[in-house]
Design a binder for this molecule. Structure first.
Ligand code: GLC
Ligand code: MG
Length: 523
């Protein structure tokens, strides 16, 4: 996006999450790769987004789809080479697209040379790079923490007679962020990519950095039900959002600030109060701590209006908001709210104040797919089958066209290609999600008021949310009908865009049609 003033690109722009395994395969092995992404950059340009965040592409045994990194400064051959990566960054930059990598600091793979060393003996210099503890007298793990993917968060190492901490899989041992050498090694990894021109990172699982060093037991969650997964049976009282973790985030930010115009987007699931702490003291933490309010919210106008107000109020002064509807971990928006409301949701995402992040495939209205049991990839589903916790259904490859393999691969896809109308079918067609998303993005790009204006709620009831975006003398109004019935509502201004395909009303209507979202220019 052309800069006309000092506003950083990550405040004006839209981030698009690429899940590389499922974006585009170029070599017929059934797994998406870097050359595949390079081939599809035009899709992103057509869409109008400003930046891509690419989920992990580092060397990895793939126990957690790449979130188990065995080398922070390389590219997994599955995805290509470092040269392919450099070429992709150059091609993206050539089209005005920024590139964000995923940074996975809280744990490495158990195959990482650091862990192999750490595990080799108690007096190895890298022993303290991970979190090792003695068993309790009865031989049980040091505390009651539960792995996010089920089972104890501790794995016994027979050879050296201690447990290692694994917040996720045993194959994802937790790095010890209290050790200064670990921190320096990780900052050097960030610099490695910054030096190659990467524009920023999405920082994975930041809430788990540096858990309580006294390892106090987490407290039980009285409201737990089985479908939440075993880990949620405890509050993460002492394992998440700990002070030393926030210090680490500050240091990461200082590394990013050694370079110009870079951004850190942080993933930290927690209460709103916890999440906004990641802006950091004096805003020297993450530029954009992910705001997952819309992922968790029940889909009705009153709740959403409340979430927006609470979030707007919680952001520290000078902090910049952001919004997310979906990602590679959470149920797809079209499956949560249905196709018609997914259009309303897209309009909401792209008209709120703050940087939107769009998950690949949501621009096509993709739904959670069906993955037959024998094709299950996600370790979470394997560990806790049958509760719908598995994330494969949101990670299925993009349907690009209607050939065999749907343009994603000429081979056998690693997960079935997602159902639903392909990019080719949707492109240029009046009624499709792709067209609506493109128009919404184009409108956001054209209207500085949508990007920078203040948010003001005008009306919110059980069915309808109406808000204004105000900037100097300009006012745009967004009116969203969260129901599948017409709703009377007093509106003013000239309609600019509706989620309902077909001709736009010439003047402000006295009601919203079923599932209609409407943007109007008041002045
Ligand atoms: C984050 C990622 C998720 C991964 C986990 C462990 O939540 O988004 O996919 O499994 O961290 O790295
Ligand atoms: Mg491939």
């Amino acid at each position: 996006m052309k800069q006309t003033d000092q506003t950083p690109w990550w405040q004006d722009g839209i981030i698009y999450q690429i899940y590389p395994r499922s974006f585009q395969d170029s070599d017929g092995d059934g797994v998406g790769d870097l050359n595949g992404i390079a081939r599809r950059l035009d899709h992103l340009v057509d869409l109008g987004v400003d930046a891509v965040w690419i989920s992990p592409i580092y060397p990895s045994p793939g126990k957690d789809a790449g979130y188990d990194v065995s080398d922070y400064c390389g590219i997994d051959p599955l995805f290509g080479t470092l040269a392919d990566f450099d070429a992709l960054v150059a091609a993206a930059h050539g089209r005005g697209l920024k590139v964000l990598m995923d940074f996975v600091p809280s744990h490495s793979s158990d195959r990482h040379p650091w862990f192999l060393e750490s595990r080799s003996s108690r007096d190895n210099p890298k022993r303290d790079w991970y979190v090792w503890r003695d068993a309790r007298p009865d031989g049980s793990p040091p505390n009651n923490w539960i792995s996010e993917f089920a089972g104890p968060a501790w794995t016994w190492d027979e050879a050296t007679g201690q447990y290692w901490l694994n917040i996720y899989l045993p194959e994802q041992p937790a790095l010890n962020w209290r050790n200064p050498d670990v921190r320096q090694a990780m900052y050097d990894a960030m610099r490695f990519w910054f030096d190659r021109g990467v524009d920023g990172f999405r920082v994975d699982a930041a809430e788990h950095l540096a858990p309580d060093d006294r390892l106090r037991d987490n407290l039980p969650n009285p409201d737990w039900t089985e479908d939440m997964g075993p880990a949620r049976s405890l509050f993460r009282t002492f394992s998440s959002h700990q002070p030393a973790g926030f210090d680490a985030v500050h240091e990461m930010r200082a590394v990013a600030d050694e370079y110009e115009d870079r951004v850190l987007v942080g993933e930290a699931y927690g209460t709103l109060d916890e999440v906004v702490q990641y802006y950091g003291r004096d805003l020297k933490g993450f530029h954009l701590p992910f705001n997952f309010e819309l992922i968790n919210a029940p889909w009705d106008a009153r709740h959403i209006a409340g979430y927006i107000d609470t979030y707007e109020a919680a952001i520290p002064k000078g902090g910049w908001p952001n919004w997310v509807l979906g990602n590679h971990d959470r149920k797809r928006i079209a499956s949560r709210v249905g196709q018609a409301q997914a259009r309303v949701a897209a309009m909401l995402l792209l008209t709120l104040r703050g940087t939107p992040t769009l998950y690949q495939g949501d621009e096509l209205g993709l739904e959670n797919g069906h993955v037959p049991p024998e094709m299950v990839q996600d370790p979470w589903e394997k560990n806790v089958p049958g509760f719908g916790l598995g994330r494969d259904p949101v990670r299925m490859p993009i349907p690009w066209d209607d050939t065999e393999g749907r343009g994603f691969t000429t081979g056998t896809p690693w997960l079935p290609v997602a159902d639903g109308p392909s990019v080719i079918d949707q492109r240029g067609a009046e009624t499709t999600m792709l067209t609506l998303t493109q128009r919404m993005i184009a409108l956001r790009r054209a209207e500085i008021t949508l990007r920078r204006g203040e948010y003001r709620r005008l009306h919110g009831d059980d069915h309808v949310l109406v808000f204004a975006r105000d900037r100097e003398d300009a006012r745009l109004v967004v009116a969203l009908n969260f129901t599948d019935r017409d709703q009377l509502v007093a509106l003013e201004g000239t309609p600019l865009l509706s989620t309902v395909p077909g001709e736009l009303p010439e003047t402000a209507p006295g009601s919203l049609r079923a599932n209609e979202g409407l943007v109007l220019r008041v002045r």
